[in-house]
Design a protein around this ligand. Structure first.
Ligand SMILES: [Zn+2]
Length: 506
């Protein structure tokens, strides 16, 4: 039953005990403990408060034991994080590069775009579910109609939605991507309804080309499960139904598209956005999936390209895709001015206020990164995303909740998102309290003082446990480093971002 993945990980175990761990439950409540946690197979079965005095009195034999014991004194256990929007990209970036980084920095479940094709997405999800590979649980994000025989005009017809969605559900799909469908609100509403009837959810990247018809409020009240990214909110509070596109705007030009997506936040009606719009979004029951980290480069592209981990851990293929180039998606920083960075700084501030108001008024904020795009290195982005949510004013424990219980509920997974008997063993064993410092979740930890006042660097997430499989996160990071160093042979002769800062002649 216990599978061995070399020295990268092993499990699930007949019985696995985590001893003496503080627990962050995942529902927004504070840390409690310490506990001894019993995991049988892939399930948490018991949590016993550990009282060292009582334990000594009872004798060593009274303590829970198992096939494997992890001593976790001083460590914090929290639920594995659920990234509801991410990418695995394509070769030459190894798929393991993404899996290992995601796991090492705390993501045990992900809704990943099926970047390598529908069949591959479904196949990988199956392998992960069977624990045949080291990877997070996967619920591929698939376009409406994918994997079915419906096509063309059938997919434009709201009356067909219930048949199409039924066929998708029968193929084992969970998450429908609505991205290009905003041109017809009837269609959006019909798919959202059919999805609910079939136990599926809908995820919507509201394209600026269609927000004249479907902005965030319209999408939310049409029954969409979650709205990804920032699109459609500022547009919901404009006086005009169409945003103020400049005369030369072309939606197909990514530079135009991203510039105006930031700028719209500077002239939207702020008052209406933070009140009427926030209230209606809550009332209509939509989940917000901000993925702020993937847009952070827009407010300071030099910072985004010079983060300390890029040399060691950012795959060359990812770097090459990001290099400003009008021909690639998400590589639009070829004419990115300080005005653009101003628009995006303003956008981040107001968008953050909206997230805060939405959460405060009872709306559900979930967690996603959209990483592996726009200078967002996977894994590192998960932690940064939490920090960017904290920046909105939400409490650190609420921020953790977005990635645990809130995302589990959004996805419709009742056994994920909490540390509790009866829940699946998707857990993180963290060196330090992440509710106090989210940066403890980085693989390189953070500086802190030990109890003698000596400066130390914490060790990040020591073990990620996915479905009862215990991973050695430091080893996963070594494998990532090897892949990245091997990928340097793909470095271009001219690197417009790095060349000015190279030491010596390139
Ligand atoms: Zn995406």
């Amino acid at each position: 039953m216990t599978r061995q993945f070399g020295d990268l990980g092993a499990g699930p175990y007949k019985s696995l005990v985590i001893r003496n761990a503080m627990v962050i439950p995942g529902h927004g409540g504070p840390p409690a403990g310490p506990y001894d946690i019993m995991i049988e197979g892939n399930m948490i079965t018991q949590m016993v408060p550990f009282d060292p005095v009582a334990a000594e009195r009872r004798g060593a034999g009274s303590r829970m034991t198992g096939d494997r014991i992890i001593e976790a004194e001083g460590k914090y256990v929290m639920p594995g994080m659920i990234d509801l929007h991410t990418h695995i990209r394509t070769l030459p970036e190894e798929i393991e590069y993404v899996y290992y980084l995601k796991l090492a920095m705390g993501v045990t479940t992900m809704v990943n775009a099926a970047d390598r094709g529908y069949a591959n997405g479904m196949e990988e999800a199956k392998k992960s579910a069977a624990n045949e590979i080291i990877a997070p649980r996967m619920f591929p994000l698939v376009s409406y109609g994918a994997g079915t025989s419906f096509k063309g005009r059938q997919l434009d017809d709201p009356a067909m939605a219930s048949q199409v969605v039924k066929a998708m559900a029968a193929n084992g799909n969970r998450v429908i991507s609505m991205d290009p469908l905003g041109w017809s609100l009837d269609l959006v509403a019909a798919i959202a309804k059919a999805a609910k009837e079939n136990g599926m959810i809908t995820s919507f990247h509201l394209q600026p080309s269609n927000t004249a018809v479907t902005q965030a409020v319209k999408a939310a009240c049409a029954g969409v499960t979650m709205i990804e990214h920032h699109y459609g909110y500022a547009e919901s509070a404009l006086d005009n139904k169409t945003q103020d596109f400049p005369r030369t705007y072309n939606y197909g030009n990514e530079n135009d598209r991203f510039r105006e997506a930031g700028k719209v936040w500077t002239y939207t009606n702020k008052e209406r956005l933070l009140n009427e719009v926030a209230d209606t979004l809550v009332k209509c029951g939509v989940t917000m999936l901000p993925t702020r980290v993937v847009y952070e480069a827009n407010r300071d592209v030099i910072r985004a390209t010079s983060l300390p981990w890029t040399d060691k851990y950012t795959h060359q293929a990812l770097w090459n895709w990001n290099l400003p180039n009008p021909a690639y998606h998400g590589s639009f920083h070829y004419d990115w001015t300080s005005d653009d960075e101003y628009y995006w700084t303003t956008a981040f501030r107001l968008w953050g206020d909206l997230i805060y108001e939405f959460n405060k008024r009872g709306g559900r904020v979930a967690f996603g990164t959209d990483d592996n795009y726009i200078w967002a290195t996977p894994g590192f982005s998960s932690v940064r995303e939490l920090q960017l949510q904290r920046e909105t004013g939400m409490h650190g424990l609420e921020v953790i909740k977005t990635a645990t219980l809130n995302s589990a509920q959004t996805l419709g997974e009742p056994q994920l998102g909490l540390v509790r008997p009866g829940y699946k063993a998707d857990l993180l064993i963290v060196d330090g309290n992440p509710a106090a410092n989210l940066k403890y979740l980085y693989s390189f930890g953070d500086l802190a003082l030990d109890k003698d006042g000596k400066m130390i660097r914490t060790k990040g997430i020591v073990h990620t446990i996915k479905d009862g499989v215990v991973l050695n996160n430091a080893r996963l990071m070594e494998e990532v480093e090897k892949m990245v160093q091997a990928s340097r042979k793909l470095a271009p002769a001219v690197d417009v971002m790095r060349d000015p800062f190279r030491v010596g002649k390139p």
